[in-house]
Design a protein around this ligand. Structure first.
Ligand SMILES: Nc1ncnc2c1ncn2[C@@H]1O[C@H](COP(=O)(O)OP(=O)(O)OP(=O)(O)O)[C@@H](O)[C@H]1O
Ligand SMILES: [Mg+2]
Length: 328
């Protein structure tokens, strides 16, 4: 399933000539002296899954709160579907859907009755309301359970109902705030599958998570978010490549005199340190440098005991930009 979503990410991430559906400029939210969101700028394009990857307390929900007209920004500007956040809140509420981090459901009511209630809040009624309920129950794969009370649902089913509610009024931009926390793998897959189908129909998704695997496989672009600030923003692939270590580590049994100098003289090698039988090599193009270094060592009959390139994933990227892990 995740592999299916991965397809086409590169074209998406790199073709930035798509329509801008969300434009955020210098958004700030303070609570007294505490700055929860500290001047955030970014744009989101139509049909994009935009991920915000950040640890607990980073300010993800606060940012979503401002963009969905739940919280008033302290400073800054934003437009959503061309509507100004400061002056067009009623229009924005019609075009954005929110799947909040905390479940907001009536436990004693069925999924269908919950949907009817929230649909009415959006001004849906009659045949149109029925049609929308049918559609979102299908998207959330809850048809079979639609008439049972929510209190009998698993955590994952409740999350799916939350998603269905967010989709009732057919928003153009859907905000999903950590939608898979406490969700069983099957419901997680349902949620990912639903997102995939929805973006094919042109929905734009803003997705917060602190699971790097989700950000990496689901999102076209990922913002690394920490202490209220966006510290990096790019496709997962580019984020990883930019941080990919320029270091190659080659372990040797013994290094005969002169070989260190010869290694340093290789055109693809920038720097070499030799410590405790390991050559720490810095190179712009690590694979090519590796070929050159290893063939030199072979010519000089040096026994190589190990070859390493430090592994980089989004967790490493996160660590590099913030100095801490996602689960701190
Ligand atoms: N109403 C409030 N008053 C004071 N501080 C608040 C309020 N709401 C949030 N905060 C603080 O703002 C910071 C950001 O909170 P927020 O909920 O936006 O983070 P988050 O990234 O969504 O975290 P999580 O992953 O835990 O959901 C936190 O330190 C939080 O304690
Ligand atoms: Mg949150």
């Amino acid at each position: 399933m995740m592999a299916v979503l991965q397809r086409g990410h590169e074209e998406m991430g790199e073709s930035m000539d798509r329509e801008v559906v969300m434009d955020v400029q210098g958004l700030v939210k303070t609570y007294g002296d505490f700055v929860a969101v500290n001047g955030v700028d970014f744009q989101v394009h139509k049909g994009e899954v935009f991920g915000l990857l950040g640890p607990n307390g980073a300010g993800k929900s606060t940012l979503i709160g401002m963009l969905t007209c739940v919280l008033a920004p302290t400073k800054g500007k934003a437009t959503l579907m061309g509507f100004d956040l400061a002056s067009r809140q009623e229009d924005i509420k019609k075009v954005v859907g929110l799947v909040p981090q905390d479940l907001a459901l009536y436990q004693t009511l069925s999924a269908r009755d919950n949907l009817a209630f929230f649909g009415a809040l959006h001004g849906l009624k009659g045949g149109r309301l029925k049609e929308r309920i049918k559609d979102v129950l299908n998207v959330a794969r809850l048809e079979e359970w639609a008439d049972r009370p929510v209190k009998t649902y698993s955590g994952g089913m409740k999350r799916r109902l939350n998603l269905a509610i967010g989709l009732l009024h057919e928003p153009a931009i859907l905000f999903l705030d950590e939608p898979t926390v406490g969700v069983d793998p099957q419901s997680r897959n349902h949620i990912f599958e639903s997102i995939r189908q929805l973006i094919e129909k042109g929905l734009t998704v803003f997705y917060t998570t602190h699971y790097m695997e989700e950000a990496q496989s689901l999102c076209h672009r990922v913002g690394i978010f920490d202490r209220g600030q966006l510290v990096a923003l790019d496709t997962p692939k580019n984020l990883i490549q930019n941080v990919q270590s320029r270091t190659l580590e080659v372990g040797v049994l013994v290094l005969p005199p002169g070989v260190l100098e010869e290694t340093r003289a290789l055109s693809t090698v920038e720097q070499v340190l030799f410590e405790e039988n390991i050559l720490y090599i810095t190179a712009a193009d690590v694979p090519t440098a590796a070929v050159h270094v290893l063939s030199l060592l072979k010519e000089r009959q040096v026994s190589v005991t190990s070859v390493n390139t430090p592994e980089v994933n989004l967790e490493t990227v996160f660590l590099k930009y913030t100095g801490k892990t996602l689960r701190d």
